[in-house]
Design a protein. Structure first.
Length: 149
């Protein structure tokens, strides 16, 4: 019997998150586990976003709107398949990344959360809170923070 049955990995389209997807895919292949690839987004009109993305520049990875989310999930699936994952589920989820991922873990009975380390030591992470750190602190399952940068 494998240690993990359902692995959830979050992606936002950043290189860091795609590396986390690849690591999660390898684990799901090795464990014969289901891989749930999730992308959290806010269904917001670009005109309403304000200047946060301009200020954060490359640190502004949060996805807004479902159109980019679909492409991010498609790319993540391709990367997961390339590593050998076979049982893959794509899940766009509305809301803040950490809360959405934690809710999804419960919904799919996930027992491992995989996330990239982007933001752990960044300015945006210190100002806005780090998704990996916050997820690791709040999750009630094992969390693998993949060193990607």
């Amino acid at each position: 019997m494998s240690a993990y049955r359902t692995i959830v990995v979050g992606t936002d389209g950043s290189n860091s998150s795609y590396k986390a997807v690849e690591k999660a895919a390898g684990l799901s292949r090795d464990e014969s586990a289901r891989l749930v690839i999730a992308c959290a987004y806010y269904p917001t009109d670009e005109r309403d976003l304000g200047s946060a993305a301009d200020v954060l520049k490359d640190e502004a990875y949060q996805v807004h709107g479902s159109a980019p989310t679909d492409e991010i999930l498609r790319t993540a699936r391709e990367r997961a398949k390339a590593v050998g994952a076979t049982n893959i589920v794509e899940r766009p989820i509305v809301g803040a990344p950490v809360d959405s991922l934690l809710a999804l873990l419960q919904e799919v009975d996930g027992d491992l959360l995989v996330i990239g380390n982007k933001g752990l030591n960044s300015l945006a992470g210190r100002l806005l809170g780090s998704v990996p750190l916050d997820a690791a602190r709040k999750a009630r399952v094992d969390v693998l923070i993949v060193h990607t940068v």
